[in-house]
Ligand binder design. Sequence first.
Ligand code: AHG
Ligand code: MN
Ligand code: MN
Ligand code: MN
Length: 334
Amino acid sequence: MSKRKQTLGEFIIENQTSFKYTSGELSRLLNSIRLAAKVVNHEVNKAGLVDIIGNAGDTNIQGEDQQKLDVYANEKFIQTLTKRNIVCGIASEEEDDFIAINSQDENNQNKYVVLIDPLDGSSNIDVNVSVGTIFSIYRRVTPLGTPVTLDDFLQKGSAQVAAGYVVYGTSTMLVYTTGHGVNGFTLNPAIGSYYLSHPNMEFPEDGHIYSVNEGYYSDFPVGIKKYIKYCQEDGEDRPYTSRYIGSLVSDFHRNMIKGGIYMYPKSSKNPNGKLRLLYECNPMAFIAEQAKGKASDGFARIMDIQPTALHERVSFICGSKNMVEKAEEFMRNA
Ligand code: AHG
Ligand code: MN
Ligand code: MN
Ligand code: MN
């Protein structure tokens, strides 16, 4: 008989001592995220049965139409993290500004801020295709007991303490890193527990899948166009297979398991790229690097970029190490 799988709760406790700072606060924070993800998962699974699909009627700070599930997931994550009083600040793709949580209270010793994409791939909700949640955790840089400021959120990705995503797919998985590799947990919906199903996840060094929205091809930088052509040409192990779901979390998850590259370059429609540095690119870059992959803006490491605004966008190329390096070579030589 196969060995009983460890639950996420057990894993968090067991690995608590390997965190850089061991107050138990980060464990409580990860526990809150797993709880909120379960609540969102429940609602995502009901889409189609209850009035939760479709447009919420508002536009977010990104200029995107908010979907009902964007709003719902945003509320659930913020509520869970606020009510349990374990972070001092939250920034979200769906919020204009960051939210301070009792951070001015001198008795408030909470030292973490969370940045979140509550629902990733929201254009896929209505058609029953996988969506996700992405989160990123930093230690505040301002002193405890003083109000959090923008500086606490505008940290380089390399300062992340933890990052992860939930993929609401054929099964629901939570995948995260605290800087000691990447582990994936699958939710057993009958019991409501996540079990360690994918220990020590790693990108294969090479891959055969490329993921990019080729609809914008004519607008892409020359280096990206040439790299896409390279993916399509006959070669030793080419042409590669094209796979693009349109949910970053799901595209990334597949590529990490099978080997591949994800690209969202800039174009005239999105002059700085579309994906958000703080809520999407940095957390995915941290997971990628911890899984022996790479994440770049085409020229430089994503996690070395100094953010200057909460909702900043950036070109994003991420995946199997040798594939990302090849794409960078095309960018450099373009
Ligand atoms: P979000 O739903 O959080 O706004 O993110 C959507 C992102 C990402 O998930 C996906 O990879 C990308 O947008 C798809 O964009 P296109 O439809 O332009 O390909
Ligand atoms: Mn959005
Ligand atoms: Mn997203
Ligand atoms: Mn989103």
